[in-house]
Each structure stands twice: as C-alpha cells, then as structure tokens.
Write a protein that binds this ligand. Structure first.
Ligand SMILES: NC(=O)c1ccc[n+]([C@@H]2O[C@H](COP(=O)([O-])OP(=O)(O)OC[C@H]3O[C@@H](n4cnc5c(N)ncnc54)[C@H](OP(=O)(O)O)[C@@H]3O)[C@@H](O)[C@H]2O)c1
Length: 306
C-alpha cells in the first residue's frame, strides 16, 4: 500500500486525483493552505477519510510535515493570479523547488509535478516562465521526477467551458481573445488524474515528461461556439486584440474569482497543443475522452437553465 501526499489535492484536478488514488487503495494525504475548506470539499466528494494537512509550498516547515512518511508526492498546486506574497515565482518555481528538495530529504520515491503545455523557462510571460523554471528546478532537485503538462482541462467545475458559460449568461457579447484563432487540445480532467495514477504505479515513467492532451484540436472560437450551442443561446462573438485583453485581465484580477487572468491571456498567444515529441496519454494506455462525450453532461440546456 502506498502513501501519496497530494499538494493542491482539494483543487479541480487534485480532487479527481485523490478520488482515483483512494479508489485503488492508496493512503492519500491532501496538503493545502486552507485545510478546513479542503475538508468540507473532500467530505462533499465522499472523501472524508482522507487526511488533510495545512501546508503552504512557500513555507518549508509545513511542507516537511505533510511529506513525512510518504512514498510519493504530487505537486498539483496552482497560482493563477499574483496577489500579496503569492507570486508565480514563489509558488511555481520556489515552491516546487522546496517540495522537491523536502521530498528527497524525506526519502520519497516518486515525485510528479503538474505543469502545463507551453511551459518555457525563457518566456517573457511571468506565468509561463515560472512554470518552465519550476520544471527545471524540480528536475535538478529530484532527477527521477515525472512532469505532466496538461492542455486546458475540462470537466464539471472547469474554468474553460464554465467561464465561457458564466460570461454568456451575463453578457450579450463575448470577447474572442486574439480573434479566437488560438488552437487548444482540451483534455478531460479525469484522464489527467488517471494518467498521474498510472505514472505513480509504473516506475518506468520516472524522469519522463508527458504532454496530456485530448483527442481533438479546436480553435478558441470553436470552443465558444460549442459552449453556446450546448446552452442553446446565441451571443455575438467580438474579436479582442491581445493588448486589450491584457488590460481587461489586469482589471478582472481585482475580483475574487477573475473570469480572465494575464497568465491565461499569455497562454493564448501561442497554440496549446501537444508537440508529439513527448509521450502522452496514448503511451499510458489511456484513450482520451472527447469534449462532445463529456461536456454535455454538465453544460447541457437542462444544466444551465437557459
Ligand atoms: N485547470 C486547467 O485547465 C489546467 C491546465 C493545465 C495545467 N494546470 C495545472 O494543474 C495544476 C492544478 O490546477 P487546478 O486547476 O486543479 O488548480 P485549482 O483548482 O486552483 O487548485 C489548486 C489547489 O492548490 C492549492 N494551493 C494553492 N496555493 C497553494 C500553496 N501555496 N501551497 C499549498 N497549496 C496551495 C489550493 O488550495 P488552497 O487555496 O487551500 O491552498 C487548491 O487545492 C496546476 O499546476 C495548474 O497550473 C491546470
């Protein structure tokens, strides 16, 4: 039996992963900053027997406590907006480094870092650069670490279709950032969770980097159109240049749950599709599920009230 510490285990991906690991008999610990919130989220998902640790990847002492005795660690922590002491560098680079170093010190055998397609240590975007440097420092500190880079993830509660649907309910026109031409290869969140579970179970995946993408490539405009069609409503799609979207995102970032962040705008400046140079879901024997098979189950007309 394996003990896995999942940092960020109460998040969108983290919850699916915890569910998956518990179902196969692993002992799972969740490490997050807001332990009470995580306990209640996990309880609603029927995961009340998972232990929750209050830990912040920016605080070495709390990380060590959540790692002690673990066989494996998954870093599924996110920072989408910089506020106060939370910077992309502090969470995605320094935090990942602290986690990897502490994992080595604790004798952890497997380490999985969740990064993202497009991560680039030389990028001009603070978000994309921190993701790329995070991968680099983890590989240096824990050479057997496995890195997974998902494309945009979908599933109930996602920030992809969920955000477009939310905006469509509020606004008569929807902004198509960069003209909506960026290509994405969205991947089902449960396929990503399954991939991480298989990586943890297979020592042959140590030291590899996987790009996890769905079965089909869509433009951003097509994803907006799919959302509207599922909701059964029409909205005007208005192209918005990246420079304007950046200003909008900076203003949105003052909101508690911004519908758009500067990191997301930066990510949309390049296609977010699997490069085919790296292994992916196919090499893990996972048949990726299509948007068309999953999204209608949570975004159909009967779910939106449209
Ligand atoms: N969602 C996507 O479409 C997508 C696509 C590609 C890659 N990714 C990557 O996948 C990973 C998971 O993303 P997600 O969408 O599941 O994120 P999420 O829903 O925002 O969840 C993030 C989790 O991390 C915890 N967390 C945040 N800051 C922390 C810190 N300093 N120390 C410890 N825990 C912290 C949060 O709990 P607390 O707030 O209580 O700490 C939460 O449990 C991230 O690395 C993200 O960049 C996501």
């Amino acid at each position: 039996m394996t003990t896995v510490s999942v940092f960020g285990g109460a998040g969108f991906l983290g919850r699916c992963l915890v569910q998956r690991l518990v179902s196969e008999g692993s002992t799972v610990r969740v490490a997050v900053r807001h332990a009470d919130r995580a306990r209640s989220a996990l309880r609603s998902a029927g995961l009340d027997r998972v232990s929750v640790f209050a830990a912040d990847v920016r605080d070495q002492a709390t990380v060590g406590a959540a790692l002690a005795g673990a066989d494996a660690v998954v870093d599924a922590v996110s920072a989408y907006v910089e506020t106060g002491g939370v910077t992309f560098e502090a969470v995605h680079e320094e935090g990942a480094n602290t986690l990897a170093r502490e994992a080595v010190a604790a004798g952890v055998v497997r380490f999985v870092l969740v990064s993202g397609i497009g991560a680039d240590p030389e990028s001009g975007s603070p978000y994309i650069r921190a993701r790329g440097r995070g991968e680099r420092v983890v590989q240096q500190a824990f050479p057997a670490a496995t890195i997974v880079r998902p494309s945009a993830m979908f599933g109930p509660g996602d920030a992809l279709f969920g955000t477009v649907a939310h905006l469509a309910r509020l606004l008569p026109v929807l902004p198509l950032i960069g003209g909506g031409r960026t290509r994405l290869q969205p991947v089902f969140v449960e396929d990503v969770a399954e991939a991480i579970a298989r990586i943890l179970a297979d020592p042959g995946t140590a030291g590899q980097t996987y790009e996890l993408a769905g079965p089909k490539v869509y433009t951003l405009r097509e994803l907006f159109e799919i959302t509207l069609s599922l909701m059964g409503i029409r909205r005007l799609l208005v192209p918005v240049p990246f420079a304007v979207a950046e200003v909008q995102a900076r203003l949105f970032e003052f909101l508690p749950n911004p519908p758009l962040t500067s990191g997301q705008v930066d990510l949309l400046k390049a296609d977010n599709v699997a490069s085919r140079d790296l292994p992916g879901l196919r090499e893990l024997n996972i048949l990726p599920k299509a948007i068309e098979a999953i999204v209608p189950t949570y975004l159909g007309r009967s779910h939106t009230g449209a």
